[in-house]
Design a protein around this ligand. Structure first.
Ligand code: BGC
Length: 932
């Protein structure tokens, strides 16, 4: 008989906590597990779940092959109930052993479970006053078996119990649409309580609730009073349950945190003060029905980086370089300084002229300061703020030693699930920058940037980045929580705010690509995780958005007019008008309407609602027809003739005939050539252009775009030393100056969305069925790489694709997890292979091996496509003074692409008003190279 290994990684919903999972917010958590290994013949036919609760044990057998998000098989959990679960699987005559047990414990599932009430300090903690500490002392009997603390706040909170920190979260309770949903946390404090007197203290900070949000200087978006809700529940061995909660008997005192703000930083006085001001608290009215349990991981310290260098700036300031643009704060050790001495830490992402480049922070002060206690050793670090920085300036100390400074990296503690590597170190660094960009901008909310006076949940940014995000990290819990906020904040007419949580007053009723986060993010999550429940939950929100924009479009099915953000940050847009893209905004908006309508139709079909599916499929068809009628010529040109409009028309099947698609693909490739293989798309086109090029038979052009390192391009930033993805293609100009635009972050994930193409196409690992139950392996080797690989921890387990080119051979290795199958397109083979779980290898002739010569009767286009020849042409044209650079050369040639290559030199030299000087010299240099 064959063998199947015991299941591992038994999970509840999308929670990724180490065992146990505490405080889950549903009575019927869905289960998932991984089968780490099995004989090739194994196919799961049934699973058994063993549940141990309150001393009794039941085993439930279910005869299906599913292993991802299967329904809770037993009676629902009640609040606080803890259940131990084991799973085993069987099929094809094999049965596994039981998994290790995993424990899930319900949170407070009903509002009535809360006996505590929100309390707020009465005299202390006013706006602008030092951060208050709320306090309670209480006695406990001996024999405590379990103790839980349930807590949340209006503002940030940090609890200590008997002098020890509760939990390891930071910036709790995180940020949600507080008016609708406020997260509470559940902590196991069994080890922290003691028999006799106990002391629970909670520091409150302004955070997102009362601090500054947005660029208009406003604060206190949710209210001007900090408040705490905390409930301690203790069970003793003799069955006693003791419940203590925040109430009017708590007390308040002032802390040494004199000021705290997410944007501006934290100011602390560390001197012991005998005369701490104290005060009373009062119960405040607050709706407990808003309380929700977390779906994803909390914000934690995820890494600590040493200082890479400490040095003096030209002006004499002491600067620290951490070698990585990151999000968090600086931890500094100081020794033997005078009490009351002030140490100041300022932050910036880049240097300009050797000094901190703080202009991109706009009004965010990003400054932490400390009045020292004067102890022999003091460790300085804030906890009620965070900064986006690579450099820090430290003042107030006679000397700063590198070993005394660290960068504390903070972010949502997402489980890493995706990796990519290649034979090109620059490409790998770019990919690493995408990862860091995600780490810095997944701070409880998917934000645009982490450093300036913004840091908001911009819908458009995550809309384009969601596919990459869900590959790199387990984002399901994080994003499904955010989507619940999106739905909660959607307006009654179905329009979606530009940012979620919504804290800005937008003059725009709706923006294409931004509001479409409502439809496209849930769809991506479904594709990547197989979560049908999430899709069903979001469907009303998805429909409402499409109904709304269909209404804006009206009977002609064209969404035209009105202000749009459009193909935001097209590199040709003026730096102070990022919406002035080449792509026509009506084309972009109508394209999104078609795409979103289609996705709603597909989602409704998954949810089993055929009528609704039909309705939106029909709408999508009508919009497609309208798009083609209004914006596309019979030959396949698309209005505004910009790369982005072709990218979206091709990627979203908006061109009716094969001929149009063919020509549109060719036109897109020509536009890329004409830009000298430099990128010329913004937020909308960038995530789509590579798929459009690949799908229309222009993989080589896509690779040329990927490996461009001139400005603008993906790799340009890498050559400038970037360690994160920038908001603008040229956030830092080639001369090292910071782009003059007022909106200019060095840590923005949107343009990093191309990483999804690296995973799916370059390496070749894509989902073919929801949750990667079927893998589509279709690697696209190119001569610019000798190897590439991607690995993803799918819901079924690790999948991997790795290819390598050498000695005329292509070697392909594919790992398929148990429970999944794969369709593998081995380059050069006519038919794909279908394989089950396990490790598979293939060899084939290297499709990229031949170093093809430039063909005879070549056109100018052929010369551009022939990288080696083109490089020589550009070098000669620059050296002879005919053009300034590659981009100029390509631009001159764009109208001569079909001309014979023998005309290339004359075409290059045809610079208005006459012939460029250097033409003769260029002929002399190139005539041997370009066949007649
Ligand atoms: C943000 C962007 C956002 C845009 C839209 C910017 O300030 O940083 O990423 O999507 O505004 O207006």
């Amino acid at each position: 008989m064959g063998h199947v290994a015991a299941p591992t990684a038994v999970r509840f919903e999308h929670r990724t906590d180490e065992d146990p999972v505490l405080g889950i917010g549903t009575a019927t958590p869905r289960l998932s597990w991984i089968v780490p290994a099995a004989d090739a013949a194994f196919i799961q036919e049934a699973y058994e779940v063993e549940l141990t609760r309150a001393g009794t044990c039941e085993v439930i057998r279910v005869t299906v092959g599913d292993q991802v998000l299967v329904p809770w098989p037993a009676a629902p959990l009640s609040s606080r109930e803890s259940v131990r679960v084991r799973v085993r699987v069987s099929g094809a005559g094999m049965r596994s052993a039981w998994s290790d047990p995993a424990t899930v414990e319900a949170g407070l599932l009903r509002t009535e479970d809360w006996t505590a009430r929100f309390i707020s300090p009465r005299e202390l903690g006013k706006l602008g006053a030092p951060a208050p500490v709320l306090r309670s002392t209480f006695d406990l009997p001996g024999g405590v078996v379990t103790a839980r603390l349930y807590a949340t706040a209006h503002g940030l909170y940090e609890a200590t119990l008997n002098g020890r920190r509760v939990g390891d979260q930071v910036l709790a309770p995180g940020w949600t649409s507080y008016g609708h949903r406020l997260r509470y946390q559940t902590y196991d404090v069994t080890e922290l309580v003691r028999e006799g007197g106990n002391d629970l203290e909670v520091l409150l900070g302004n955070g997102w609730y009362r601090g500054r949000l947005g660029w208009d200087g406003r604060h206190a978006h949710y209210g001007d009073r900090l408040a705490l809700l905390a409930q301690l529940e203790v069970t003793t061995s003799d069955g006693q349950v003791i419940r203590l909660g925040t109430d009017a008997f708590w007390t308040a005192r002032e802390s040494g945190v004199l000021a705290d703000d997410l944007y501006d930083g934290q100011r602390a006085d560390l001197r012991p003060r005998a005369d701490d001001r104290t005060g009373t608290v009062e119960v405040v009215d607050a709706d407990l029905a808003r309380l929700v349990a977390p779906d994803g991981p909390p914000v934690r310290v995820t890494q600590v980086l040493p200082a890479a260098a400490v040095f003096s700036s030209p002006s004499g300031a002491t600067l620290v370089d951490f070698g990585q643009n990151l999000v968090g704060w600086v931890r500094l050790r100081v020794r033997d300084q005078a009490p009351g001495q002030e140490v100041v830490v300022r932050h910036a992402e880049v240097l300009e002229d050797g000094e901190l480049g703080v202009r991109p922070l706009r009004t965010a002060k990003a400054t932490d300061s400390y009045r020292l206690a004067g102890a022999p050793l003091e460790v300085l670090e804030p906890s009620l703020t965070f900064h986006g920085f690579r450099y820090a300036e430290i003042s107030g100390l006679p000397e700063v030693r590198a070993e005394d400074v660290e960068a504390v990296v903070v972010g949502s503690d997402l489980r890493r699930t995706g990796w990519f590597s290649s034979s090109n170190p620059q490409l790998d660094r770019f990919h690493e920058n995408v990862v860091w960009g995600m780490r810095g901008n997944f701070v409880d909310v998917p934000t645009d940037c982490p450093q300036r006076d913004e840091r908001l949940g911009w819908t458009g940014d995550i809309q384009v980045f969601a596919p990459t995000a869900s590959f790199l990290f387990d984002s399901a819990g994080f994003l499904s929580s955010w989507l619940a906020d999106l739905a909660a904040e959607q307006r009654p007419d179905g329009s979606v705010p530009l940012v979620v949580p919504n804290v800005i007053e937008s003059p725009l009723p709706a923006a294409a690509a931004w509001g479409d986060a409502a439809t496209l993010v849930p769809w991506v999550l479904y594709q990547r995780t197989g979560d049908v429940g999430l899709l069903e939950r979001q469907l009303p929100s998805m429909r409402a958005w499409v109904d709304y924009i269909a209404g804006l479009a009206g009977a002609d099915r064209l969404w035209t007019g009105g202000f749009q953000l459009g193909d935001w940050l097209d590199p040709t847009a003026p730096h102070d008008a990022p919406f002035e893209a080449q792509a026509d905004p009506d084309v972009v908006a109508t394209g999104y309407l078609a795409r979103s309508a289609e996705v709603v139709g597909l989602a409704a079909a998954v949810a089993g609602d055929a009528d609704v599916a039909e309705k939106y499929a029909r709408l999508a068809g009508e919009v497609r027809d309208a798009f083609a009628r209004e914006f596309v010529t019979p030959g396949g040109r698309v209005l505004s003739d910009a790369p982005t409009v072709y990218a979206l028309a091709l990627a979203w099947a908006l061109l009716p005939t094969a001929d149009q698609r063919h020509h549109a693909g060719d036109r897109l490739a020509d536009l890329v050539r004409a830009s000298g293989f430099r990128i010329s798309t913004g937020f909308v086109g960038t995530p789509l252009i590579m798929d459009a090029l690949t799908g229309s038979g222009h993989l080589d052009v896509a690779y040329r775009l990927m490996f461009q390192s001139g400005c603008p391009s993906w790799l340009y930033a890498v050559t400038m030393g970037a360690t994160t993805v920038w908001e603008r293609w040229d956030a830092m100009l080639p001369d090292g100056q910071i782009n003059p635009g007022q909106m200019n972050s060095f840590n923005h994930y949107a343009l990093g969305a191309v990483a999804d193409w690296l995973h799916r196409t370059v390496a070749g690992l894509a989902p073919a069925a929801p949750g990667y139950r079927e893998l589509l392996v279709r690697p696209a080797p190119d001569r610019s790489l000798t190897a590439a690989s991607a690995r993803h921890r799918t819901p079924y387990g690790d999948a991997e694709v790795a290819w390598q080119r050498s000695e005329g051979r292509l070697r392909l290795r594919v790992v398929v997890p148990v429970g999944a199958t794969a369709t593998v397109h081995v380059p050069g083979r006519p038919e794909p292979a279908r394989v089950g779980h396990g490790t598979h290898t293939w060899q084939a002739a290297d499709p990229a091996a031949a170093n093809r010569p430039l063909r005879t009767q070549a056109t100018v286009r052929d010369v551009l496509d022939h990288e080696d020849t083109w490089r020589q042409v550009v070098a000669a044209a620059v050296e002879t003074g005919v053009v300034g650079d590659e981009a100029e050369a390509a631009a001159r040639l764009q109208v001569f692409l079909d001309a014979p290559s023998s005309r290339l030199v004359d075409a290059l030299a045809l610079a208005p008003p006459g012939l460029a000087k250097g033409r003769k010299a260029l002929h002399a240099r190139l005539d041997h190279l370009l066949p007649p």
